[in-house]
Write a protein that binds this ligand. Structure first.
Ligand code: FAD
Length: 327
């Protein structure tokens, strides 16, 4: 049916459908029900590997196209994912395409925009339907929320993690497997190296408890104390951009406007002033606790619990107390 709503999914490094793609598929199914439109999913990957991901995607959508691309193992997947999506969506010029706002999702959206000649709304925190996708997104560091739609009622939307909870459909859909037409021409980009995060490190997007360090932590070695508290609480370590920019901790741990948006149950900010660009990444936390030597730090205005003091005194005392309770 013309005007189908498509979820363009991706596999994670573990070869499984990403949580974000499952959320996108759930969002698309909900929008389809509201709009009275057909919904479908597409995933592109190496022959032999893509079938399993497509089967996982079919738990969320009635129809999934698995595009086998022989070049997928060697080429940047975003370029091939876009070609696979163009092939699957075919001649449906009224289709709307939804992707996760992951690094690969953003790249794929860019390729699709060029290939299909349609607009993109990126990082839309909320998507509704009114004759077409209507997307809400924060601008000016989250100070304003804009509502955008496409002039001709269809386009490409990327959504961040946590926009909707992933929920499987009542029954699994059908999977069609097709081969990518042509050789799968990828642009001249070489992947030189893939660096995996330390095994066992809890991803900040998924963590229920986050302990985050800022410039006040004082150096890379200061993050040991942040990690100790995170471990005592079973949480993940995150950081402000000030700490990331000076190389104390990898970028993957950055929270904020140019980092990740997180929504944990508890966010503990240690030595973080609470600049608006940081706030937009963590203001969705259910409870915000901040430790800061400066009683006038901006974070005092939006923390649920604001502890005035030196983190190097407070955190060890807190860890000792937690360990005493566990013993
Ligand atoms: C376009 C743009 C995008 C940006 N994106 C991001 C982003 O994604 N994420 C982000 O975080 N920032 C971002 N920033 C940067 C942001 O504006 C701030 O500069 C940054 O968040 C400050 O980090 P911080 O709070 O760690 O450092 P600071 O602002 O220097 O604050 C350090 C805090 O630690 C406290 N402190 C010092 N010593 C101690 C101690 N011993 N115990 C307790 N407290 C102590 C101080 O009182 C102070 O409040 C962006 C900026 C721009 C312009």
């Amino acid at each position: 049916m013309p005007g189908t709503l498509w979820a363009i999914a991706e596999a994670g490094p573990d070869g499984h459908l990403t949580k974000l793609s499952a959320e996108v598929a759930t969002l698309v199914r909900g929008l389809g029900a509201t709009a009275g439109r057909d919904v479908a999913g597409v995933v592109t990957g190496a022959p032999g590997a893509v079938a399993a991901v497509a089967a996982e995607l079919a738990a969320y959508l009635p129809r999934v196209v698995a595009v086998e691309a022989a070049a997928a193992a060697a080429s940047p997947i975003a370029a091939l994912a876009a070609q696979g999506a163009v092939q699957a969506t075919g001649a449906d010029t009224d289709a709307s395409l939804f992707l996760g706002n992951s690094p690969d999702g953003r790249d794929t959206a860019g390729f699709l925009m060029a290939a299909l000649g349609v607009g993109v709304i990126s990082n839309a925190g909320g998507v509704a339907w009114d004759s077409g996708p209507v997307a809400e997104k924060g601008v000016f560091g989250g100070r304003l929320i804009t509502t955008s739609s496409f002039a001709d009622g269809h386009g490409i939307v990327t959504v961040p993690l946590g926009s909707v909870p992933a929920e499987a459909a009542a029954s699994s859909g059908v999977v069609e497997t097709v081969a990518l037409a042509g050789a799968g021409a990828a642009p001249a980009v070489k992947v030189l190296e893939r660096v995996s995060e330390a095994a066992g490190a809890v991803q900040i997007e998924e963590a229920k408890i986050i302990v985050s360090g800022g410039r006040g932590v004082g150096g890379a070695e200061g993050f040991a104390i942040v990690a100790e508290l995170a471990e005592a609480l079973g949480g993940a370590v995150a950081a402000s951009r000030a700490a990331v920019d000076v190389g104390w901790i990898p970028y993957a741990r950055q929270v904020g406007q140019t980092g990740k948006i997180v929504k944990p149950e508890v966010y503990i900010a240690l030595g973080i002033s609470g600049a608006v660009q940081h706030k937009v990444g963590m203001q969705g936390a259910r409870t915000i606790v901040a430790v800061n030597t400066d009683p006038d730090a901006p974070i005092a205005e939006f923390a649920d619990l604001f502890v005035i003091g030196n983190l190097f005194d407070i955190v060890p005392a807190l860890v000792a107390e937690l360990q005493a309770h566990k013993a």
